[in-house]
Design a protein around this ligand. Structure first.
Ligand code: PAF
Length: 284
């Protein structure tokens, strides 16, 4: 695996590959890699061509500075994991490299409705930060394929919208959430959980499964309320439990029995905020 810290060097290297028509797949990350990230590298490798991964803990997407300060950093292990997975290129820029003009006066992206709900509502400015960094990364890497995990359901929609509004010639490939054997969605933030918090964390997935089991046409408010109470009883501080149209993320209060739905949860265990989601008509 070749490591680049400067976008200029990465750009020159990739330009040469593009000249030879070698397709590029890209997996952007913030490090603290787990099997979910590694599965994205695997998906990219299946296509052939070149796989580029970036590790950059992007300061502009953290609305909570404590969360930024405590974001796990496991670079050596990450490099080993990427090498073992057959990743070709690691881009490891500094903040100065990504934001040479500083962190002020960054562009604003018109994300419309998507930014007003769920993560957009509870983490103001978060998706602007995601778009600021992803747009820069996409300009630098110019991949044919961009691999994202469904675990960040809303982020996948936001980045797809970014690609569309900026006219970026990249196909977004959304890959299934990777889960631990008890169902907990893999996440870098799981590293911050104590053993007892780790046990507690599984209730997020259990609650999503409860929602899938309970789903029937008609009003959904009661089951959402029961899910919130269930999580609160297990010691969570709940930001939201929502059932939304899977294609638009519009919250649904009354289900017609056919519109594809997704259930989404964000909840704190003490200081650690976890998110997860489940497509309600999927059987696995
Ligand atoms: O999902 C993440 O790890 C980040 O939001 C991303 C897409 C790498 C942008 O910083």
């Amino acid at each position: 695996m070749i490591l680049f810290k400067k976008s200029r060097d990465l750009h020159d290297f990739l330009k040469e590959k593009r000249r030879r028509d070698i397709p590029v797949g890209f997996v952007p990350t913030m490090g603290a890699l787990h099997a979910g990230h590694i599965s994205l590298i695997g998906e990219s490798r299946k296509k052939g061509g070149l796989t580029v991964c970036s590790i950059f803990v992007n300061p502009t997407q953290f609305n909570d500075s404590k969360d930024f300060d405590q974001y796990p950093y496991t670079l050596e292990k990450d490099i080993d994991g990427l090498e073992a997975a057959g990743c070709d290129v690691l881009f490891l820029p500094s903040v100065k490299e990504m934001y040479p003009e500083g962190l002020k006066n960054l562009p604003h992206f018109d994300l419309g409705f998507l930014e007003t709900v769920l993560e957009g509502k509870f983490r103001p400015g978060h998706f602007q930060g995601v778009c600021q960094v992803v747009e820069r990364l996409l300009k630098m890497v110019q991949p044919q394929f961009l691999y994202l995990g469904q675990k960040d359901f809303q982020q996948c929609m936001v980045i797809s919208k970014l690609v569309e509004i900026m006219g970026i010639d990249t196909r977004v490939v959304i890959c299934p959430t990777q889960r631990e054997s008890d169902g907990l969605a893999m996440s870098s933030r799981n590293l911050r959980l104590s053993p007892s918090e780790r046990e507690q964390a599984v209730y997020i997935h259990k609650t999503l499964r409860f929602l899938r089991q309970e789903l029937k046409p008609g009003y959904l408010d009661d089951m959402k309320e029961r899910a919130i109470q269930y999580l609160a009883a297990e010691g969570f501080r709940v930001d939201y439990v929502e059932i939304a149209e899977a294609e638009t993320l519009k919250p649904v209060t009354h289900w017609d029995g056919s519109t594809p739905l997704v259930a989404l949860i964000a909840a704190f265990i003490n200081e650690v905020r976890l998110i997860d989601n489940l497509l309600l008509q999927d059987s696995h």
